[in-house]
Ligand binder design. Sequence first.
Ligand SMILES: Cc1ncc(COP(=O)(O)O)c(C=O)c1O
Length: 373
Amino acid sequence: MQEFLDRLHQALAKKEATNSLRKLTLNNPDLVDFVSNDYLGLAENKETTATINTILSNYGLVHTHGSTGSRLLAGHSALAADLEVFLAQFYEAESALVFNSGYVANTALLSTLPQKTDAILYDERIHASLKEGARLSFASRVPFQHNNLEHLERRLQAQEKPTFISIESLYSMDGDIAPLDAICQLASDYNAAVLLDEAHTTGIMGNEGKGLAILNGVADKCFARVYTYGKGPGGHGAVIVGNQVLTDFLINSARPFIYTTALPPYSLASIWATTLTFQKATKARAQLNENINSFLVHLIGNANSPIQFIATGSPETAKALANHGQANGFNIKAVISPTVPEGKEGVRIILHSQNSIVEIEKLCQTIKEFMAN
Ligand SMILES: Cc1ncc(COP(=O)(O)O)c(C=O)c1O
């Protein structure tokens, strides 16, 4: 036993020595939020709470705290079935299947769909959950350079196996947007299937917050799309949409769907209610765009993106910049390896519709001050 504890101590000491030890910290409510994924300030929306209660009451589930089992056993419900019909229609797909989180949905998708005889081409910057899923599959895994169409095409040309392409529409760390139309075109040219993660666009981009695939008219070019509820919608959970046969296959084969207790009624009602709330949040989305533009007036960054990354190149400088920001009243955090590759450390800034222009300007000033020294 002691040997194993020593091993853990040593691993953590190594992280401490390289400035990469992670610790849980409580959010300081006095700091201005430039860190949460609550892009539109919907996580505490009263109308959503009221809608959740109405939905639960309509289904006679106000006092039901648990789903009591996997969806395939006791955990299915009329609420879950109706929610999935609603979500399929909302995301303009034939079918939808709810998962307990985005992490679980991505792991399920990537570990279940690609078979031993297939290949997964993935953008090198995809989220850990997608990489994890790919690792669990028996398919061969080949990365391509981030958002690099030429590199992707070379990879496709070289590929002899049936191929899945795993991408995000808005990258969670870099904050840049994938060239979706061109990737879908390449996928169609090379007969590959696109698996698209819309985690950071759900609720905040596209008409009614439906994300970028629908906005760009390429939704039906994607084999599967993942929408998550923990970020823009301000809730929790996720949904995979696509053809009915995709849903049927996942129900039959996706272990993270089969072997887990289904979400409780409250969470299902929350997915439904948050969708109805963000669908109407046109003003908040417009304000978010204004805030992004005001950030870009002061600092170079990603166009049209609420995720801005200030690269510092080392964990020490990233932490120093985060501390400087916090000392000046802004909640910003360092992002260090292995969340980003070594040498690509920095501070990730999330812009929200609820940030004021003055706050954004002051934050930019604070960052510039730090960079100048
Ligand atoms: C791109 C991306 N996909 C999926 C996830 C996981 O979603 P969830 O937080 O719902 O598990 C995240 C969360 O960080 C993400 O950034």
